[in-house]
Write a protein that binds this ligand. Structure first.
Ligand code: SAH
Length: 324
């Protein structure tokens, strides 16, 4: 996979790290997963894939790791080295500026920690780099932190959001830009949806065991079925992800769904062309297909096909989205 300079440069700037570190659900979940399990980390060799500012490496060192290799391809590592020194962890943590695919280490590792998730789990496509590191550097029986990931869909009725995102184009200070509406529909919106706008059951469309999955598993086609929990006007299908840490004493989950505390990943909203009035218990069935974009390897192509068989005649629709 080639790397666009824009991608690498974006992580050299402090702003993106500030956003991630201030996402307390994210950062605290990783901290608990590592610091609450010193029995797993004590005297172990750890690889932090995409260390950024080195926060996960510092947690691993404080949990008792013997050595931590902190690797990042971005120039942020100049700061990471200073952070490691400032915290007196330079004898444990070695900071390496490299793409993990080009990494040379003197030894194999017991544990890989990595925060690689993008919008809708797979956006940015960093997971293949983590799997490459696992296949090359993790000892047999070594542990992945996190070790499970899943993607979920549900239906959502949020008329205000639809008005703000789509109907807005009908009249922009008196200028009709309604052609922009279908254009903007093709890019999923990244917004926080309050849980009272979720109107259907949820459906799992991808489950990955990060100890064993392969890059081929990241291209998937999954059927889904969303049952209305009350009468509603369905505006969109909403996607979100969870990752789990189940090696420790207490299993831990980082859940980015609307029913949980918000994170910087928010939720991913796939607006439907038209609103669908659903009665209680009616079903929206469909298929979602997800793959890496062929021209820009950091982007995701997502197709949603759905059928609604309620009071109306069957409607069948194929919608295509691109997450950038
Ligand atoms: N671990 C840090 C940063 C996570 S963001 C934290 O939790 O705060 C992901 C980081 O991975 C970015 O800094 C990015 O530069 C780095 N990265 C992405 N792909 C990489 C690759 N193939 N090799 C090395 N670093 C990579």
């Amino acid at each position: 996979m080639t790397f666009s300079p824009n991608y690498v440069n974006s992580y050299a700037h402090f702003g993106i790290h500030e956003t991630m570190l201030k996402d307390s659900v994210r950062t605290h979940t990783f901290r608990t997963a590592i610091l609450d399990n010193p029995h797993l980390f004590r005297d172990k060799v750890v690889l932090d894939v995409g260390c950024g500012t080195g926060i996960l490496s510092c947690f691993a060192a404080r949990a008792g790791a013997a050595r931590v290799y902190a690797v990042d391809c971005s120039h942020i590592v100049d700061q990471t080295r200073l952070i490691v020194r400032k915290n007196g962890l330079q004898d444990v943590i070695t900071v390496i500026e490299s793409r993990v695919e080009h990494l040379q280490l003197p030894e194999a590792v017991d544990i890989i920690v990595s925060e690689w998730m993008g919008y809708f789990l797979l956006d940015e496509f960093m997971l293949p780099s983590v799997l490459h590191a696992r296949d090359n550097w993790l000892k047999p029986g070594g542990l992945m932190f996190p070790n499970k990931a899943s993607v979920w869909l549900c239906g959502c009725d949020d008329a205000e959001l639809r008005a703000e995102k789509l109907d807005f184009w009908h009249d922009v200070c008196g200028v009709d830009m309604s052609c922009m509406k279908s254009f903007s529909i093709s890019e999923p919106a990244i917004e926080i949806v309050p849980d009272n706008h979720v109107t259907t059951t949820i459906h799992n469309v991808l489950s990955l065991d990060l100890q064993t999955c392969t890059t081929a598993d990241l291209r998937f086609i999954s059927p889904f079925q969303l049952r209305a929990l009350r009468p509603n006007k369905l505006q969109a299908v909403l996607g979100y992800f969870c990752v789990s840490f189940t090696h420790g004493r207490e299993p831990l989950q980082l859940n980015t769904g609307p029913m949980c505390d918000p994170t910087h990943w928010k939720q991913t909203i796939f607006f439907l062309d038209d609103t669908i009035p659903m009665d209680n218990n009616e079903l929206l069935t469909g298929v979602i297909a997800v793959q890496q974009n062929k021209n820009n390897e950091r982007d995701l192509d997502i197709a949603l096909e759905y059928k609604f068989n309620g009071n109306m005649a069957i409607r069948c629709n194929l919608l295509r989205y691109r997450l950038r």
